[in-house]
Design a protein around this ligand. Structure first.
Ligand code: HEC
Length: 260
């Protein structure tokens, strides 16, 4: 009998020790809450397309986490206290969901039904685990895993150091107008000089590489001018003559100058 009890205790403590927040999320939340969708897609879906693109039934975890961490308690205060504030909000919400307590944007929330209560369906340990998982969830890790821009990251470093503009040159294999511009414009000395003076050029094959800054893939060539603090200054699609392209470069330099 005693052995049986000991092993039962051991077994159950092993079980509890093994619950990770991620597993709780996967088993009890993932059926409604998708983990990650880039912010740009979420904005388009909810703000412009009435949830018709993604047809979500519930906010994504990156959405929830962003709101939780910014709207509950004092986000700039002590981390342990903030963590407790978020934990208690989540624990309460799981038991007594009520849209009026929600921290989601009303414009987003209107597409969802109220979350069903999880009373009796989730243990205290599981709640703890899942709310730690939420608090520690870092959407940037997700982005970095998905995208690798050695070229862009380097360019950004240099742009900051040398106060230059990043020019993303978006091309694609067999793109006739990209090749035409390479031959007629980018090979030209005057253009090269203008580029070298004020820009760092990053060439990206959109058929093979991911785009930085949540840019969407579109026509090629497209020229995206990016300020050294990663603000997009202009997006200019199309094939340009040398004269027009030099004009475009000049405008970009002017825009940068004006803002200082
Ligand atoms: C049956 C679907 C469903 C399941 C399962 C579910 N949720 Fe939700 N949840 C929703 C919906 C819908 C909303 C948005 C409406 C609302 O806030 O009630 C929501 C909202 C939330 C919110 C945000 C409240 C706010 O302030 O906007 C949190 C936090 C949350 N869920 C956590 C969880 C966690 C953690 C789990 C798993 C343990 C879980 N949910 C399981 C459907 C679900």
């Amino acid at each position: 009998m005693r052995d049986y009890l000991t092993s039962l205790l051991l077994f159950s403590s092993l079980l509890t020790a093994e619950i990770t927040g991620k597993e709780v999320y996967e088993n009890k939340c993932a059926s409604c809450h998708k983990l990650y969708i880039p912010a740009s897609e979420l904005i388009e879906n909810f703000m412009e397309q009435n949830n018709s693109i993604l047809k979500l039934d519930a906010p994504t975890i990156n959405q929830i986490v962003f709101r939780l961490k910014n709207r509950i308690g004092d986000p700039k205060g002590d981390e342990d206290i903030h963590r407790m504030e978020v934990d208690s909000f989540v624990a309460d919400y799981l038991m007594n969901p009520d849209k009026s307590k929600s921290v989601c944007l009303p414009k987003v929330l209107k597409y969802f039904k109220t979350m069903p209560s999880m009373k009796g369906k989730i243990s205290v340990d599981e709640i703890d685990a899942v709310s730690t998982f939420l608090y520690d969830y870092n959407p940037d890790e997700h982005i970095e895993k998905k995208l690798e821009f050695v070229g862009y990251t380097k360019a950004l470093e240099t742009a900051k150091k040398e106060n230059k503009i990043i020019l993303l040159k978006l091309t694609r294999e067999h793109c006739h107008f990209c090749q035409k511009m390479d031959q007629e414009v980018f090979s030209d000395t005057e253009v090269r000089e203008a580029l070298n003076k004020d820009f760092i050029v990053v060439e990206i094959d959109i058929g093979k590489e991911e785009l930085p800054l949540k840019l969407k893939k579109g026509m090629t060539p497209t020229f995206v001018f990016v300020h050294k603090d990663e603000e997009i200054m202009a997006k200019i699609p199309g094939s340009w003559s040398k004269k027009d392209f030099l004009e475009i470069l000049k405008e970009a330099v002017k825009a940068k100058g004006e803002e200082k």
